[in-house]
Design a protein around this ligand. Structure first.
Ligand SMILES: *[C@@H]1O[C@H](CO)[C@@H](O)[C@H](O)[C@H]1NC(C)=O
Ligand SMILES: *[C@@H]1O[C@H](CO)[C@@H](O)[C@H](O)[C@H]1NC(C)=O
Ligand SMILES: *[C@@H]1O[C@H](CO)[C@@H](O)[C@H](O)[C@H]1NC(C)=O
Ligand SMILES: *[C@@H]1O[C@H](CO)[C@@H](O)[C@H](O)[C@H]1NC(C)=O
Ligand SMILES: *[C@@H]1O[C@H](CO)[C@@H](O)[C@H](O)[C@H]1NC(C)=O
Ligand SMILES: *[C@@H]1O[C@H](CO)[C@@H](O)[C@H](O)[C@H]1NC(C)=O
Ligand SMILES: *[C@@H]1O[C@H](CO)[C@@H](O)[C@H](O)[C@H]1NC(C)=O
Ligand SMILES: *[C@@H]1O[C@H](CO)[C@@H](O)[C@H](O)[C@H]1NC(C)=O
Ligand SMILES: *[C@@H]1O[C@H](CO)[C@@H](O)[C@H](O)[C@H]1NC(C)=O
Length: 573
C-alpha cells in the first residue's frame, strides 16, 4: 500500500525568525547565484522550483521566509528524501541552501519525510518530521538550528531524544506521518496532530507535551472519518470570523473557527469547525466527503499543502506541491519534476462556510507590460485576443457581468458532480450563459488551447455558477492526462463574476469568485510555447455577456537559484 511514489511525499514547513537587517547579506547571496536554467519550454518563470530533480513541499517565516521541501538530491524520481531548504525575503525570489536534514541516522535512515516547524517562545524554531527507520517504519523526530544567530539557519541538529513519537500497537507502522505545527492550549501544554488511519479510517492523532520532547497520545483522536482512508499532511489552525488578518496557530476564541485539512484521494480536502482546547474537542458542521458539500483548496493539482502564520504581515499563507502530469520517462529526460504553487493568503469567507485564497501581494512586483479592456460587450461566439503581454508568463484579472439570468440553461437532472459536468460540457459545448472566460497557452490556429471558463445554470429557486478548466485541446502530445477539472463557485451571478489566472509555461493557476474556487492545471503545449503562445478572452454562449474589466500583465522572471559556492551535488552541471 505504500508503493505509490506519491505516498510519502509530503510536507514542509516554515519558520520565521526575526533577524533584523540581514537584507544586505541576502542580496550578496543573490549576486552569487548560478545562472538561471536554460529555456526548456515547461520550466516556469516565477514559480518555485529546485534546480533539478524531484520535489514537493511548503514553508515559513520571520523576516526570512524558509521553505523546507521534500527533495531527492540524486534524481527526478522519488527516493533518498531529504529536507531541502531555500530562503527568501519576499516569497518570490529564493536562494537554495544546503539540505537542512539528511537521512543519516537510524531513526531516519530511509528518508526524512514531511513535517512542520513550530516557533517556541523566545524565538526558538523546532522541526518535527517523520523519519523512516531501517525497517521503513514511520516515527517522529525533532531537529533544531545549530546556531540561532545564523540569519538563514543553515545547519540543523537532530535531537538526541529521537524518536519522540512511535506508533502505538493500534497503528500500522507505515500509517504514522506528517506531524503538524504545534499549538499551545490555555494550559500551556503543546499539542500537535499526526496523520494516520485506524481500522482503515483517516485519523488525526492528537499528541500533547509539556516540554516538546515527551509526547503522549490522547485517548481520542482530534478527528477521524469513516468515509476516507489514510490522511496525509494534516494541517490544523484557527481562522477569524469576519477577519481580514490571519491568526497564529495557538490563537483560540469565540471569534474563531478551526480548519482541519487532510490530503487524500489526490486532493487537499478541508472542513471547518469549532475547537475547544480545554476539552480537545473539535465539532464540525459538514464532514469530509459530505454528500452536500466537499471543500477542497483546489480542484486541480494541489497536494500536501502546508500553511504557516506570517507574523510580520499578520496573514496565514498556504502553498502546495503541484505534480507533473507527464510520465516518469519525460521527467527523467527533463531532469526535474514538481514545483510549488504560488503562495496564497487564506481567510474565512464572510459566509463562514468556506475559505478564500488569493496569491500573495508580493507576486505583483513581477508585473511588467500591461494590457487592459474595459466595459466591452461579448456577443455570442466572440474570441478577442489580449495583445501586448507575454502570454506564456502572465497574470490576468478579468470580471464579467451577465444580464438575463433567467435565460440560463437548466442543469440536466442527476448531474451534480461538477467535474463530470466540465468533462461533458467543454469550451466547445455552447450553452446559453457560458462558456465564457479565458483561453490561455493557445496557438494562433487554436489547435492547442487551454480554457478556464464559467457557465451559469438555473436551479429550482436559484442559479449556480460552474467553473471549469478544459485541457482537452491543451497539447498535441498524448503523453499526459488531459481530464478537465471543475467546481461550483459560491457567488451570486447577478453581481460580477471574476477570474484571476496566473500562467507560467506549464502551470495555470486560476482563482474564481475572488478566490472562492481555485483550479490549478499542468499543461504541456508543443506549439503554443514561449512567444508562440497567445491569450484570448471568449464567450461561447448563445447570449451576450460583458467584460466589466480585464487587466493582464507580462510577468518577469523571479530569481530562484542555487548558490554557486555551495553547489552540493557534483552531478548537476
Ligand atoms: C539514492 O542514492 C543512491 C546514492 O547514494 C543512489 O545509488 C540511488 O540510485 C538513489 N536512489 C534514487 C531513487 O534516487
Ligand atoms: C553563529 O552565527 C553568528 C552569525 O552568523 C556568528 O557570528 C557566530 O559566530 C555563530 N556562532 C557559532 C558558534 O558558530
Ligand atoms: C504524559 O504521560 C505521563 C505518564 O502517564 C505523565 O506523567 C505526563 O504528565 C503526561 N504528559 C502530558 C503532557 O499529558
Ligand atoms: C460513519 O460515521 C458517522 C458519523 O460519525 C456515523 O453516523 C455512521 O454510522 C458511520 N458509518 C459507518 C458505516 O460506520
Ligand atoms: C466566549 O464564550 C463563552 C461561552 O459561551 C463565554 O463564557 C465567554 O464570555 C465568551 N467570551 C467572549 C470574549 O465573548
Ligand atoms: C512516456 O512518454 C514518452 C515520451 O513521450 C513516451 O515515449 C513513452 O512511451 C511514455 N511512457 C509511458 C510508460 O507511457
Ligand atoms: C466554441 O465552440 C465552437 C463550436 O463548438 C468550437 O469550435 C470552438 O473551439 C469553441 N471556442 C473555444 C474558445 O473553445
Ligand atoms: C486522469 O485524471 C483523472 C482526474 O484527475 C483521473 O480520474 C483519471 O484516473 C486519470 N487517468 C489516468 C489514465 O491516469
Ligand atoms: C442561491 O445561491 C447563492 C450563491 O450560490 C447562495 O449563497 C444562496 O444561499 C442560494 N440561495 C438559495 C435559496 O439556495
Amino acid at each position: 500500500m505504500t508503493n505509490s511514489v506519491f505516498f510519502f511525499v509530503f510536507i514542509l514547513q516554515f519558520l520565521f525568525v526575526s533577524y533584523g537587517d540581514e537584507v544586505h547579506e541576502f542580496n550578496n547571496l543573490q549576486e552569487d547565484v548560478e545562472s538561471l536554467p536554460g529555456t526548456q519550454p515547461y520550466r516556469t518563470g516565477f514559480h518555485f522550483q529546485p534546480p533539478k530533480n524531484w520535489m514537493n513541499g511548503p514553508m515559513y517565516f520571520n523576516e526570512v521566509y524558509h521553505l523546507f521541501y521534500q527533495y531527492n538530491p540524486y534524481a527526478a524520481v522519488w527516493g533518498n528524501i531529504t529536507w531541502a531548504h531555500s530562503v527568501s525575503y519576499n516569497l518570490v525570489d529564493w536562494v537554495h541552501l544546503e539540505a537542512a536534514i539528511n537521512p543519516t541516522d537510524p531513526f531516519d535512515i530511509l528518508g526524512c519525510w514531511s513535517g512542520s516547524t513550530t516557533i517556541l517562545p523566545g524565538g526558538k524554531p523546532v522541526i518535527v518530521y517523520t523519519g523512516a527507520d531501517s525497517k521503513n517504519n514511520q516515527i517522529q523526530n525533532l531537529a533544531i538550528p545549530k546556531n540561532r544567530s545564523d540569519p538563514f539557519l543553515t545547519e540543523w541538529v537532530k535531537s538526541t531524544n529521537n524518536p519522540v513519537m512511535t506508533p502505538g500497537s493500534d497503528i500500522g507502522p507505515q500509517d504514522f506521518r506528517d506531524p503538524t505545527t504545534a499549538w499551545q492550549g490555555p494550559d500551556q501544554v503543546w499539542r500537535l496532530v499526526v496523520g494516520s488511519k485506524i481500522n482503515g479510517q483517516g485519523t488525526a492523532l492528537l499528541y500533547k507535551s509539556k516540554d516538546f520532547v515527551n509526547w503522549n497520545r490522547t485517548t481520542n483522536p482530534l478527528h477521524s472519518s469513516n468515509k476516507t482512508g489514510m490522511w496525509e499532511c494534516p494541517d490544523f489552525y484557527p481562522v477569524k470570523i469576519y477577519g481580514i488578518n490571519g491568526l497564529d496557530t495557538s490563537v483560540e476564541g469565540n471569534d474563531t473557527k478551526h480548519v482541519l485539512k487532510a490530503s487524500f484521494n489526490d486532493h487537499d480536502h478541508y472542513i471547518i469547525g469549532n475547537y475547544d482546547a480545554e476539552k480537545d474537542s473539535y465539532v464540525v458542521e459538514t464532514d469530509f466527503m459530505d454528500d452536500r458539500v466537499q471543500l477542497r483548496f483546489d480542484y486541480g493539482k494541489f497536494y500536501a499543502s502546508k500553511s504557516f502564520y506570517d507574523s510580520a504581515k499578520k496573514r496565514r499563507i498556504v502553498w502546495a506541491w503541484v505534480v507533473e502530469t507527464t510520465n516518469q520517462t519525460v521527467d527523467i529526460e527533463k531532469e526535474w519534476s514538481g514545483l510549488q504553487s504560488i503562495p496564497r493568503t487564506i481567510l474565512l469567507d464572510k459566509s463562514g462556510k468556506q475559505l478564500i485564497q488569493w496569491p500573495v501581494k508580493e507576486i505583483e512586483k513581477l508585473r511588467g507590460e500591461k494590457a487592459e479592456i474595459r466595459e466591452k460587450e461579448m456577443s455570442p461566439g466572440t474570441v478577442l485576443e489580449v495583445v501586448g503581454v507575454t502570454a506564456s508568463q502572465a497574470d490576468v484579472e478579468v470580471s464579467f457581468s451577465v444580464s438575463n439570468l433567467e435565460d440560463a440553461e437548466v442543469n440536466e437532472p442527476g448531474i451534480i458532480d461538477p467535474q463530470r459536468l466540465c468533462i461533458q460540457k467543454t469550451a466547445s459545448d455552447r450553452g446559453v450563459l457560458g462558456p465564457f472566460g479565458l483561453v490561455v497557452l493557445a496557438s494562433s490556429d487554436f489547435t492547442e488551447q487551454t480554457s478556464i471558463f464559467f457557465r451559469i445554470f438555473k436551479n429550482q429557486e436559484n442559479y449556480s455558477v460552474l467553473m471549469c478548466t478544459d485541457h482537452s485541446r491543451s497539447s498535441k502530445s498524448s503523453e499526459f492526462n488531459k481530464t478537465n477539472f471543475g467546481a461550483f463557485v459560491d457567488i451570486d451571478p447577478s453581481k460580477k463574476i471574476s477570474l484571476r489566472t496566473l500562467i507560467d509555461h506549464s502551470i495555470v493557476e486560476s482563482f474564481g469568485g475572488e478566490g472562492r474556487t481555485c483550479i490549478t492545471s499542468r499543461v504541456y503545449p508543443t506549439i503554443a510555447i514561449n512567444d508562440a503562445a497567445h491569450l484570448y478572452v471568449f464567450n461561447n454562449g448563445t447570449k451576450s455577456i460583458s467584460i466589466s474589466s480585464l487587466e493582464a500583465w507580462s510577468m518577469k522572471r523571479a530569481q530562484i537559484a542555487p548558490l554557486r559556492k555551495r553547489r552540493k551535488h557534483p552531478t548537476n552541471n
